[in-house]
Write a new protein. Structure first.
Length: 351
């Protein structure tokens, strides 16, 4: 069993922390912090589900500093997640499940960590939350974007307040925003790389704007937003070696691809080189785990090229992350249908 602590006042030491590695001295266990504000229905914010992603912690620290001397416009509940991984600056400790896969409706709920966060959801849901925000960072270069797991107007509006780019996804399961979507509009926000001042400021501004929002407006999403749907998760089969600057591998990846996150690449773009005579391929899994390599790629002599225009996201140069997780996601935009009453309908076309 994992201890879940609950507190009702801001510890002074929390406002002084300059490094997420020190958080365990304030919160030795995963902790829920409840604070009352003018509007009763709380905003729920989770930080440090990944121990090396500190933007959420420092965004919340700014909010707590700002409201030290005057009341919050809305009640706030903060969950400080994987504090033991944060202590060593890792995404998760060896032997721990990923805190971003263990939430209700996921596949790793039957773990000590999964049971602990299920308790978090029950407790927060009892307060009838106004909205939920889960704050993360990326390892690769990406713009700010919000992820939703539901396409209702309120969820899209929430995400559009954080960034113009909104991503809708159905897998992986077990993320916080999917579990919380059953109770209120919920978003996962990706704040670029960790440790950056501008990311702290942007996330804090977003949380503050949600604390000030008294109700969700009728006419939904910010007009300039674009909603993308992740259609494939690109991985490298274990059987093949890969690398960026080496010739002695089955698949040689191109470091310059990292700058193409969230830009549309034309058909024919070279995605990788394969070794002479090698049968090496990627996998391009859909939400059901079915591989569609041929839908997205063509192999020409020693090159793997894009078969059609694609917008990639989360391309990383971190070889460990590629091996453990994936090389990138492929996305297609969802074109909204204008409705009679002036709103937009973002229902999915079939893929
Ligand atoms: Zn994360």
């Amino acid at each position: 069993m994992i201890q879940l602590d609950e507190i009702y006042e801001v510890p002074a030491a929390l406002l002084e922390i300059k490094d997420a590695k020190a958080l365990h001295m304030v919160f030795p266990n995963p902790t829920l912090l409840y604070l009352e504000g003018h509007h009763e229905a709380p905003l729920f914010v989770t930080v440090l589900l990944h121990g090396n992603e500190d933007t959420g912690l420092f965004a919340i620290q700014r909010i707590l500093q700002k409201y030290q001397t005057h009341p919050l416009p809305r009640s706030l509940i903060v969950f400080f997640g994987n504090v033991s991984a944060a202590r060593v600056g890792m995404r998760r400790l060896d032997g721990q499940p990923d805190y971003n896969r263990i939430w209700p409706l996921g596949t790793e709920t039957d773990t000590a960590e999964g049971k602990m966060v299920a308790k978090v959801v029950t407790k927060v849901a009892a307060h009838k939350p106004f909205a939920s925000i889960d704050i993360h960072n990326n390892t690769g270069k990406n713009p700010y974007y919000g992820c939703v797991n539901a396409l209702d107007a309120d969820s899209l509006y929430l995400a559009s307040l954080f960034a113009r780019t909104v991503v809708y996804f159905e897998t992986p399961k077990g993320v916080q925003s999917m579990a919380m979507a059953a109770h209120c509009p919920a978003v996962t926000v990706e704040c670029g790389k960790p440790h950056l001042e501008q990311g702290f400021a942007h996330a804090a501004e977003f949380v503050d704007s949600m604390l000030h929002l008294s109700a969700f407006p009728q006419h939904a999403i910010h007009q300039e937003s674009t909603v993308y749907h992740t259609t494939a998760r690109v991985t490298i089969p274990d059987a093949y070696s890969f690398g960026f600057d080496r010739e002695d591998v089955d698949i040689r990846l191109l470091p310059e691809l990292e700058k193409d996150n969230f830009s549309e690449l034309p058909a024919g773009t070279v995605f990788a080189y394969i070794a002479e005579g090698s049968e090496a391929r990627f996998h391009a899994f859909d939400d059901e785990g079915v591989d569609h390599f041929e839908r997205y790629f063509v192999v020409e002599s020693n090159k793997i090229k894009l078969k059609k225009p694609i917008m990639p996201s989360m391309i990383t140069l971190d070889e460990r992350v590629i091996r453990q997780d994936c090389l990138c996601y492929f996305m297609e935009s969802i074109v909204p249908q204008q409705q009679e009453h002036g709103g937009f309908d973002y229902r999915l076309a079939s893929y």
